[in-house]
Design a protein. Structure first.
Length: 616
């Protein structure tokens, strides 16, 4: 790398005062494969994750970054039209749309013949076709207690007939899960057809057929060959295979030579000229168009930003908020970046960022009035508007509930206490319920006089540190003592599932145009899994159960909004914001659009090889 050119580029965008710091950080973050030889005709796409992956077994993971990798390797029966807005379901491995019974209890799926898994030693040299039994086996794995699947609570709630008995037998007898017994609720009808029968109506169950983590297909012989190391060996029918993995550092995926003939088709909105232009350029092209994808993990924003500026990465997926004022002043692409041909895709997110309270924690948990008052006071003392302005650089909007935009249940007109900052009211609540300074040390204590110290789980990155500073500032203002426990994300997740975290800030993105999964974050039966807050309120659980069996009717909407009000009242989580995603890419990246729900975008983009070759 030409050091002089790096300094010029950085100075152009960031100003000279940042040059030395960023060049040092950038040198430390130089990818190990930067000088590797590549074929001049090979199309390579490079970018970075800001958070490390956890692994690549679809039934064992729940994080966005692992799911992004898996979704490009392992396929579900359905997916989304990449360009259609509103979103539209389309076929992936399915031969036709699933047949759904009138009572929404039976779903019959026919798989297209002639789809093959990527080659793997587990197949012993044979070419292995995808069949219906692979989907049945993969669904059963979610219920196998051996795998402790995060997808289990959601699917368990669907009441697949007979599956609970298999799971309970494995748990009770401490024996391996019985995959060979056929059950009424999960049956192979022929080589390419399987049927799922539910114990209750589920009008939106069809959305689950788009998720690689809950409905993707693995071959049984692959799982049995690798056993507990299956997280390291994803083998699917998708367009890419994992060819190299350095944990929490680097992932390389290459084109799957067994991938079937698939061609670019989409339905761009008539009023979206950018999507129309993409479609006209790429329609009919065989997928995937890119030969190799290289994903690095760079937790700190500065080196990730610098890698993009230096064209070491072709795209920055989610512009770090601290660079928003430089890269997109007034939410418009900076002239110097525009002069380099950089493209901007800016999309409102169907997501939430939030802080949850562990409802089983002896300090912040509980349902009695004084515990509710403590959580509500903490939420009222914190200023989300300042977080959005200072930390997120206005790349978010305040949230009023757990229900995100672009999903059924979201009401853009509803206002609640969730977004309110009122320190005076927070102090009054604390005083009223006895959270006062009993020992004269300047910090509030519990009503019984015992110490009150909040412990907030956090990550070591710069953005988390900035949020921690705000938490400290606003808790100090109401005389609540707070400290921060720093660890890497996978470690925090493990502790959270065990109920060992008091408070933790997270984000969640929608995977379908429905908000059911966001309400499930507070559903009692999912405690310790999807429900990390361990919230378990009978009134809320009843509303949740009632809305799941209804179609998208005004009655269901009313139930969802009533459930949302209970979450504001009891405050098991303080919802901060709905993020705005800004992605920047160089001009040789062709066809990118951020989809609100799907993760497997790699197959839909191309690299202009000539422009990419001339980038330096």
């Amino acid at each position: 790398m030409n050091a002089g050119r790096v300094r010029r580029v950085v100075r152009e965008v960031l100003g000279s005062t940042w040059v030395m710091l960023l060049c040092i950080a950038g040198a430390a973050a130089m990818p190990a494969w930067a000088d590797s030889a590549k074929s001049p005709t090979q199309k390579v796409f490079r970018y970075a994750f800001p958070v490390a992956e956890t692994g690549f077994d679809p039934v064992q993971i729940s994080d966005l970054y692992s799911a992004t990798i898996i979704s490009n390797i392992i396929e579900s029966p359905l997916t989304y039209d990449y360009l259609a807005r509103p979103v539209k379901l389309v076929l992936q491995t399915a031969a036709e749309m699933p047949q759904v019974s009138a009572d929404f209890k039976t779903y019959t799926v026919k798989i297209r013949p002639g789809i093959y898994f990527a080659d793997d030693p587990a197949f012993k040299g044979k070419k292995r076709e995808l069949v219906a039994a692979d989907y049945v086996y993969s669904l059963k794995r979610i219920f196998d207690p051996r795998w402790k699947s995060p997808s289990y609570p959601g699917l368990a709630d669907e009441k697949i007939i007979g599956i609970d008995a298999l799971r309970e037998k494995a748990v009770k007898d401490r024996t391996p899960f019985d995959y060979d017994t056929e059950i009424e609720g999960l049956r192979t009808l022929d080589r390419y057809t399987y049927r799922i029968t539910l114990g209750k109506p589920s009008p939106r169950f069809i959305n689950s057929f788009t998720s690689a983590t809950s409905s993707g297909a693995l071959a049984r012989e692959v799982v049995e060959a690798y056993g507990d190391k299956i997280m390291e060996h994803p083998v699917g029918t998708g367009p890419y295979v994992l060819s190299d993995w350095q944990r929490s550092s680097r992932m390389v995926l290459t084109r799957n030579p067994n991938f079937r003939e698939q061609f670019y088709q989409a339905t761009p909105p008539a009023d979206d000229p950018a999507a129309q232009a993409i479609y006209q350029r790429l329609k009919g092209r065989r997928l995937p168009m890119i030969d190799r994808v290289e994903v690095s993990v760079i937790g700190e924003s500065q080196p990730r930003w610098l890698a993009f500026l230096n064209a070491e990465h072709d795209m920055i997926d989610g512009l770090p908020a601290e660079f928003a004022n430089i890269a997109i002043p007034n939410n418009r692409l900076a002239p110097n970046l525009a002069a380099r041909g950089v493209q901007m895709v800016r999309t409102p997110g169907s997501d939430i960022s939030f802080t949850y309270f562990n409802m089983q924690d002896p300090l912040v948990g509980g349902y009695t009035p004084e515990k509710v008052a403590l959580r509500r006071a903490i939420a009222l003392a914190y200023d989300t508007a300042t977080e959005i302005r200072q930390v997120r650089r206005n790349q978010a909007v305040p949230a009023e509930s757990t229900l995100p935009p672009m999903t059924f249940g979201y009401d853009p007109t509803w206002k609640s206490e969730m977004s309110l900052c009122d320190p005076a009211r927070a102090k009054a609540l604390l005083d009223l319920y006895g959270y006062v300074d009993h020992d004269g040390d300047g910090w509030r204590d519990l009503p019984d006089g015992k110490p009150l110290k909040l412990v907030y789980a956090t990550s070591p990155d710069q953005t988390s540190r900035q949020r921690n500073e705000l938490w400290k500032k606003y808790m100090d203002a109401v005389h609540l003592q707070i400290e921060f426990k720093t660890a890497q994300w996978p470690e925090q997740l493990k502790a959270a599932r065990a109920g060992k975290i008091m408070m933790w800030g997270l984000g969640m993105s929608a995977t379908s145009p429905d908000a059911d999964g966001f309400l499930a974050m507070a559903y009692g039966p999912q405690k310790g899994e999807g429900n990390l807050a361990f919230f378990d309120l009978p009134a809320f659980n009843k509303l949740y159960d009632e809305q799941t069996v209804l179609g998208d009717t005004p009655e269901r909407l009313a139930l969802m909004q009533e459930a949302s009000k209970l979450l504001v009242a009891y405050m098991p989580m303080k919802v901060h914001a709905h993020r705005i995603g800004t992605d920047l890419m160089f001009p040789w990246v062709v066809g990118y659009q951020r989809h609100p729900f799907m993760r497997e975008f790699w197959r839909y983009i191309d690299i202009d090889a000539e422009r990419a070759a001339a980038k330096k």
